[in-house]
Design a protein around this ligand. Structure first.
Ligand code: MLT
Length: 414
């Protein structure tokens, strides 16, 4: 019999979102009359921007003719898209990133997981707690951790608690770590990092020869003008940080799939002999071996995000979801809930009332209001006693969900 990867056996039951889906399906089967509203997984609901649709139709027409048909593209992404990305997302913000440092991919989730292919065993890995579960689970799968304790924390990982007390901005590690995952605007807490905060992390990484894996999938939702959109806005970050970006949430590509990862040529690690090795070269080697690139049609769609019309339409989409976030924040605040986030990011992080656990709140919200959210404890031990509500849904559903919560779930009544 084939030998399996034992590290998978250390993983807790199911990945968070399928586990929620399983519980929701069971509820729906038992209560077929319930009209469920899903504010759980951060999945977009609004159609693709018109500029994207138009570009994709045009690209499909090209694929229909022998003269303009395309087969394999460059594994790293087409130059037309990589150039738009660096121009708009980096050069316009004073960040020095070259087009060949951008790798177009089918998602930030995949890339934050796949990056472990080029990092060896034995790294001390730090994650913020609560955390996007992919960073933790993929380290478990790769054998970088021991088993989980009863709080669900894996031995070998360094957890940096992000709590209401520290404003959901964790302290620097007290020990030397080699790899640090940061996500800003943060999933799940909605917290953002100022330039000073990011400079502190870059300083730590430089002083400790650490690598920062910076997930900026929600940067488009930043409304506060002083908050940086990219870690490369910080001096020296090009030497110590890899950045992950996505078209999923800003341009509605969750089902279309397009993202990119920036690996500056100046980022390095060491081999077993302690020699400096360029990570860009390894990532390029990995992508060209294991990935055949994002489809031409989708990359043309992503390119259209950077057209004048595309930029305007994406801004409108982001504003639409942030108006939902405002409705959620204001309703829950008026009902006596302690609320965080939802200002520079699409997630609202609420403290569960009294001593209610995250899953108890999940069950009550589902049973009483037929609304689905995400239990904070699913993001890590420090998320216990919190709950995440996503602003990604139609206006009508968000309004209806808030109406039901107002009727059935006022914090003072729980
Ligand atoms: C979330 O809800 O945390 C995200 O949708 C997950 C993802 O983007 O993979």
């Amino acid at each position: 019999m084939a030998r399996i990867n034992d590290h998978y056996l250390k993983l807790k039951a199911g990945y968070l979102f399928p586990e929620i889906a399983r519980r929701v399906n069971a509820f729906a089967q038992a209560h077929p009359e319930a009209k469920l509203i899903k504010l759980g997984i951060g999945d977009v609901t609004e159609p693709l921007p018109a500029a994207v649709i138009e570009a994709m139709h045009k690209a499909i027409d090209e694929m229909a003719k022998r003269d303009t048909f395309r087969g394999y593209g460059p594994e790293q992404g087409h130059a037309f898209l990589r150039e738009k990305i660096v121009g708009h997302d980096y050069h316009a913000h004073g960040c020095e990133i070259a087009a060949d440092e951008v790798f177009v991919s089918d998602g930030s989730k995949c890339d934050t997981a796949n990056i472990l292919d080029v990092l060896g065993p034995g790294n001390v890995v730090a994650v913020v707690d609560p955390v996007y579960p992919v960073y933790v689970d993929t380290n478990v799968m790769a054998g970088h951790t021991g088993p989980a304790n009863d709080r669900g924390e894996y031995t070998g990982l360094v957890y940096l608690p992000a709590t209401a007390e520290n404003g959901f901005s964790p302290e620097l590690p007290s020990q030397k770590v080699d790899v640090i995952y940061l996500c800003y605007p943060n999933n799940p807490t909605g917290a953002v990092a100022t330039k000073e905060t990011l400079a502190k992390w870059v300083g730590y990484a430089k002083a400790n020869d650490a690598l920062i894996l910076f997930d900026a999938a929600y940067e488009a939702f930043i409304t506060d003008t002083v908050i940086p959109h990219s870690i490369y806005e910080i001096d020296g970050a090009r030497d110590v940080a890899i950045e992950f970006r996505s078209f999923s949430k800003n341009a509605g590509f969750t089902g279309t799939r397009c993202a990119f990862t920036v690996v500056p040529r100046s980022v390095a690690g060491t081999d077993a002999q302690g020699n400096r090795v360029d990570v860009h070269r390894l990532w390029s080697r990995r992508q060209t071996t294991k990935f055949n690139g994002v489809s031409y049609v989708v990359q043309r769609g992503a390119e259209a995000v950077y057209s004048d019309a595309g930029q305007q339409q994406v801004r409108e989409l982001v504003e639409f979801y942030m108006a939902n976030a405002k409705i959620i924040r204001e309703t829950l605040t008026s009902l006596g809930y302690e609320i965080y986030g939802g200002v520079n990011g699409p997630y609202i992080w609420l403290k569960t009332p009294g001593a209610m656990t995250s899953w108890a709140f999940f069950d009550k919200l589902l049973a009483d209001a037929h609304v689905v959210g995400t239990p904070g404890s699913g993001f890590g031990a420090a998320g216990e006693g919190y709950f995440r509500i996503s602003a990604f849904n139609s206006r009508a559903n968000v309004q209806e969900a808030m109406l039901r919560i107002r009727e059935k779930m006022g914090a003072e009544r729980l």
